[in-house]
Design a protein around this ligand. Structure first.
Ligand code: FES
Length: 150
């Protein structure tokens, strides 16, 4: 008979460590006030937020519209945004939603990026890109097409 006790003990220890890390991150680490600059089309918004929150929450709290259908759980991939300053390295939870090109162009999921320092970001206007394709009748269903997001 297989003894599961060591596996259960190890899982319990990992669970406790995870809880302690989450608590330490919330209570002990403060990032202070961070300035977030967001460019969308020709409009530039700038606001100061408390560090430690996600970029998605910071944007929503400051009335910047951004797509999101999973509520920031990192499962829909709609909250893509180009982070040009701050934000750190791309996370494994984001990589599955990004093409090689998007990774190279600093696209990130706003719900996965924590605001830890001053940041600059640009929200791609997907709707305008699609609208432009329809208006100019560029779309050819027989061709495989790519969209360049500015
Ligand atoms: S809000 Fe769904 S992945 Fe970011």
């Amino acid at each position: 008979m297989i003894n599961f006790m060591p596996v259960l003990v190890m899982n319990g220890i990992l669970f406790v460590i995870t809880i302690l890390l989450v608590i330490a991150d919330r209570l002990l680490i403060t990032y202070g006030k961070c300035r977030v600059t967001v460019r969308q089309d020709d409009k530039v918004d700038e606001f100061v937020v408390d560090g430690g929150n996600t970029l998605l929450n910071a944007l929503i709290e400051n009335h910047v519209e951004i797509s999101s259908s999973c509520g920031g759980k990192g499962s829909c991939g709609y909250c893509k945004i180009r982070v040009t300053k701050g934000g750190g390295q791309i996370l494994p939870t984001e990589e599955i939603f990004m093409s090689t090109r998007e990774k190279r162009e600093n696209m990130r999921l706003a719900c996965q990026v924590k605001v830890k320092e001053d940041m600059e970001a640009a929200i791609p206007d997907f709707l305008s890109v699609v609208r432009e394709i329809v208006v100019q009748k560029k779309f050819d269903p027989k061709k495989r097409w790519k969209v360049t997001i500015r």
